[in-house]
Write a protein that binds this ligand. Structure first.
Ligand code: FNR
Length: 183
């Protein structure tokens, strides 16, 4: 593979539809992209006092993002925003500002929800946060309304060919964006 992509899934719930979506994107992406799952749930809440001796979970997280060519964020929408766990991870990565890991980072985002406009508003919040941090975020909106949990199985197989084509188009566009930005 040519590029390493850090995958951030902002849900660890058993049966998470966002985890299924992340698997589908990985399956539909060109072999050029190697996806690495980067955990966020073991980091404590951001606390300035911890800066002098950052917890290992934070050091591991920031290193994984810094070492990746791109980041693929797959997130639920919580109360019209992003889950706190994702915001917390972004906050840790943004400090100290001189070492902000998000600057010039290539990011693709998508998300799933059972609701009709699945994660569109949460993604707008995420875009705003990443924008102030200087990330290159793939333009466009990609969100999936899960009519049923069977829409994508736990291995990332997509039942509906229209949805599969839509996700493949996203994966190809993300790949092209990474190629362009990392040239
Ligand atoms: C939700 N959910 C939700 N859905 C949505 O479309 N818009 C929203 O604003 C919210 N808000 C929200 C808040 C909180 C605290 C929870 C727990 C849930 C529903 C959410 O989309 C649903 O639980 C998904 O299944 C979560 O994704 P995972 O865990 O299945 O990946």
């Amino acid at each position: 593979a040519k590029f390493t992509v850090a995958t951030l899934v902002a849900s660890t719930r058993t049966g998470s539809i966002n985890r299924r979506l992340a698997k589908a994107i990985e399956r539909l992406s060109p072999a050029d992209l190697r996806f690495v799952d980067v955990p966020m749930y073991d980091m404590p809440h951001y606390h300035g006092d911890l800066e002098k001796d950052r917890p290992k979970s934070v050091v591991d997280f920031t290193r994984a993002i810094a070492d990746s060519d791109a980041v693929s964020i797959v997130t639920p929408e919580f109360n019209r925003s992003i889950p706190g766990v994702l915001k917390n991870a972004i906050d840790w990565g943004s400090k100290p500002f001189a070492e902000n890991i998000w600057r010039d980072k290539v990011v693709g985002m998508t998300g799933a929800s059972p609701g009709a406009i699945g994660t569109a508003i949460g993604q707008q919040h995420l875009r705003q946060v990443l924008s102030i941090l200087g990330a290159f975020v793939l333009p466009g909106e990609v969100y999936i309304g899960f009519k049923s949990p069977d829409m994508i199985d736990t291995d990332g197989n997509v039942a509906d060919p229209t949805v599969e084509d839509f996700l493949r188009a996203y994966a190809l566009r993300f790949h092209a964006f990474i190629e362009r930005m990392r040239r």
